[in-house]
Design a protein. Structure first.
Length: 80
């Protein structure tokens, strides 16, 4: 998912996709019969971040990601 969760919908500052707010998340989940969204492709300092009251989780598995994000942690998500 290239678009990014945010407090307000609008253009993405990363130059790809758009920002989507919690209302968009709720509508998407209800329309598709889903409980949550798991995504990547956005660097997180701690390797993981939770958005929209836990409905969207971002996992980033590359530590020390280029000079812009040097020092970030990496995480891996394991589902049972």
């Amino acid at each position: 998912l290239w678009s990014d969760p945010a407090s307000e919908s609008g253009p993405s500052c990363r130059g790809a996709g758009v920002r989507f707010d919690e209302e968009v998340t709720q509508r998407f989940l209800e329309t598709n019969g889903l409980a949550c969204i798991l995504r990547s492709h956005e660097c997180m300092d701690d390797g993981v971040a939770y958005h929209h009251h836990g409905l969207v989780t971002t996992v980033f598995s590359a530590s020390n990601y280029n000079a812009v994000h040097a020092g970030n942690s990496a995480r891996v998500l394991v589902l049972n």
